[in-house]
Design a protein around this ligand. Structure first.
Ligand code: IPE
Ligand code: IPE
Ligand code: MG
Length: 240
């Protein structure tokens, strides 16, 4: 196993786990076999984050648009996620991981919702790591929701229009309590955001890898981290 030490600290990495279906198809398996294998990579990659001392892990696991898939696929995917949280809740508690959710939980299958709420509740005081899962998440919906909250506060006289700043807006998003996202990794070769963190990614570095998510392991993750570390983040300034 390759020894790897991050040359500079990273706070927050977000992942668009993609390619589960194609991974399975390539093997002549049903798409859901890809989701099952993909769920195993979630914990593998989370543990790599712990190894490299990256505190915040954000995972895009189900978009608001993914309801357009066959019901049988959706049902199994949520079952695997339910199993995932049941399996790792003790680890999360032991390691000081806080489970957080982004998106609208309302339409999630009852069982998964219950497991997720339970995980959030039981880990709410943990502050060493964040496991942030985006389920039924859509960035446009999140931005719209934040706008409504702000508009309501203005209407109720709790907020002045002049006090609406980019920083205040950021705080009203589901990720308002998290540090800025340093790096986004999307697997499977697709190079788009698919309604993910549109506001938050103003200065995030993007790394796209052709590897399908079920094949995305420590070695592939290190390649992405090396790519990130080779980049020069200027934030609009110039470097002498
Ligand atoms: C998993 O990959 C991501 C989810 C939306 C759950 P996909 O299921 O999108 O896999 P591909 O893109 O069809 O290969
Ligand atoms: C994005 O992947 C959503 C998640 C990974 C949860 P998709 O596979 O749904 O995205 P598109 O349809 O290729 O843009
Ligand atoms: Mg996909």
């Amino acid at each position: 196993m390759e020894e790897y030490k991050l040359p500079k600290p990273i706070n927050h990495v977000a992942f668009i786990m993609d390619g589960n279906g194609r991974w399975a198809k390539k093997r002549g398996l049903p798409r859901t076999a890809g989701h099952l294998e993909g769920c195993k990579r979630i914990i593998d990659i989370f543990e790599c984050m712990q190894e490299f001392n990256i505190k915040v892990f954000t995972l895009y696991a189900f978009s608001t648009e993914n309801w357009n898939r066959p019901k049988s696929e959706i049902t199994l995917l949520f079952k695997y996620l339910d199993d995932f949280f049941k399996k790792y809740i003790d680890k999360f508690i032991k390691d000081g991981v806080r489970v957080q959710h982004m998106g609208d939980m309302t339409p999630l299958p009852e069982k998964t919702k219950k497991t997720l709420i339970d995980a959030i509740e039981r880990t709410k005081d943990n502050d060493k790591w964040v496991f942030n899962i985006c389920l039924n998440y859509g960035s446009r919906q999140e931005i719209t929701k934040a706008t409504r909250l702000i508009a309501q506060d203005v209407k109720d006289g709790k907020l002045n229009i002049e006090d609406i700043t980019p920083e205040l807006f950021y705080k009203r998003l589901d990720s308002g309590n998290l540090p800025e996202c340093d790096l986004l990794i999307r697997t499977s070769g697709e190079q788009r955001l698919s309604n993910f963190l549109l506001y938050q990614m103003a200065y995030t570095e993007f790394v796209f890898t052709p590897t399908y998510w079920p094949d995305f392991k420590r070695e592939q993750f290190i390649e992405c981290l090396k790519e990130y570390c080779s980049r020069d983040r200027r934030f609009g300034a110039i470097k002498e």
